[in-house]
Design a protein around this ligand. Structure first.
Ligand SMILES: [Ca+2]
Length: 435
């Protein structure tokens, strides 16, 4: 009996030691941080396709775009409508060359890193100004998207000195035989300032098969440029030196990991394989929807992005094998960190969560999921939080943010309060707080 008791005591001590080890390794896993309490509230509503947001560092001004109207700013003294598209009313000024159609319109907004001193704001929009005679069919280059630079007045009531710093981002002018095939499809539009103060611009393939792999064109790429539209001197691309990465489908999410400044994109897949990708200077996203390559035949309107069989009814795996989001034939491929287990649920805008108030989630990436649920994919309509491996090549975990279901279009961290702000296709701007 004594021996058994001693054994029991030994077991109990051993179990206690194991628990201690277990507890400490658990704490290490969480980096000593807890799961935060997350709450959300609507701070603006009744907007028309709000698309993107940008804050001054003190948080006292929140600029936002409405895709079908223009640029406005919310300040302590109220909302000021600053710069509208053609046909808009109530704006202090407008551009008669700017317009909206389908996914195109007034999209990304960003403030210069030295905004406090230079009052410079950047804006991405669709424009007729530089098209010339190019856009008679879908098979010409059709320069129909631009990036503008403005000076914001001290009182935030107007903008001036419009300068068009990028004039040649391609645009889809006509409907084609593709799902969601109207004008303005796959129009990109997210713009962000990187850690060095350069401007990053995400563009879309505009349903043109040759676009993403042709580096003389600015469709299906990410640009890294200065405030005058010149290339970053370190861009390694072979082709148009403004390009940082190419081979993308439709970049609507770009942000920079706080721990190392590395750029990541979030992209919506074509009924398969949404992707989060760590960018490599000069790298290839591996999207190549042109016809007559890799065993492909001719595709409708020379665009194979939805092949085979165009519409629903093909399992994502078969479609992915025919038309991969990241084609491993390319030697300069940037493999995605995550591919949504082969599904497409509409991964769009993205922002890294900053601030210790996010607890265990600090430094993880949040992305809006906009999928409406068809083709065998579960519905999206949420924000997910991604824990990306340090090397950017795999995903440690993905969780759903515990907030209401919406079509979250544009995500941006508030620099003043470490809250996450998000526009919705339902016409709102959300503030999502963690503590
Ligand atoms: Ca890819």
């Amino acid at each position: 009996m004594k021996i058994i008791n001693k054994l029991n005591l030994f077991s109990a001590v051993l179990a206690s030691i194991m628990m201690l080890i277990g507890a400490s390794s658990y704490a290490l896993k969480g980096n000593g941080k807890d799961v935060p309490k997350i709450g959300s509230m609507i701070i603006m509503s009744g907007l028309e396709n709000p698309w993107d947001i940008a804050f001054t560092n003190d948080g006292k001004a929140m600029f936002y775009t409405e895709k079908t109207k223009g640029l406005s700013v919310k300040t302590g003294s109220g909302v000021h409508a600053l710069y509208g598209i053609k046909g808009s009313s109530g704006y202090a000024d407008k551009g008669d060359d700017l317009y909206a159609d389908g996914q195109a319109g007034m999209l990304g907004v960003a403030l210069d890193a030295n905004f406090k001193k230079n009052r410079t704001l950047y804006l991405y929009s669709t424009s007729t100004k530089y098209r010339g005679g190019q856009c008679k069919t879908n098979f010409e280059r059709c320069d129909g998207n631009i990036v503008m630079k403005f000076t914001v007045a001290k009182d935030f009531k107007s903008v001036s000195n419009r300068t068009d710093i990028v004039k040649d981002i391609q645009y889809k002018p006509f409907k084609s035989d593709q799902p969601f095939g109207g004008p303005g499809a796959h129009n990109g539009g997210r713009i962000r300032i990187g850690p060095e103060g350069y401007l990053w611009v995400g563009t879309g393939d505009r349903h043109r098969g040759i676009c993403p792999q042709d580096n003389s064109l600015l469709c299906g790429v990410v640009l890294r440029i200065d405030g005058d539209g010149n290339p970053h001197p370190g861009n390694k691309i072979k082709g148009d030196k403004r390009i940082y990465t190419y081979g993308h489908r439709n970049v609507q999410g770009i942000d920079f990991r706080p721990s190392d400044g590395r750029a990541f994109t979030a992209e919506h897949g074509p009924w398969h394989n949404d992707e989060i990708t760590a960018l490599v200077n000069g790298g290839n996203g591996g999207w190549a929807p042109e016809q007559l390559v890799g065993g492909r035949g001719k595709c409708p309107d020379e665009y194979c992005g939805y092949e085979p069989q165009q519409m629903e009814g093909v399992t994502p795996a078969i479609r992915a094998a025919y038309m991969p989001m990241s084609d491993t034939r390319f030697k300069d491929l940037m493999p995605p960190a995550w591919n949504n287990n082969g599904y497409s649920q509409g991964t769009g805008s993205a922002a890294f969560l900053k601030g210790s108030n996010w607890g265990l989630y600090e430094g993880r990436l949040a992305a809006g999921i906009m999928g409406i649920g068809f083709g065998g994919s579960p519905t999206g309509l949420r924000i997910d939080i991604y824990d990306i491996a340090d090397d950017g090549l795999s995903m440690k975990s993905v969780i759903h943010m515990p907030i209401e279901s919406k079509r979250f279009r544009g995500l941006r961290m508030g620099p003043h309060d470490n809250a996450l702000y998000a526009t919705t296709d339902e016409g709102e701007i959300y503030k999502i707080s963690a503590q």
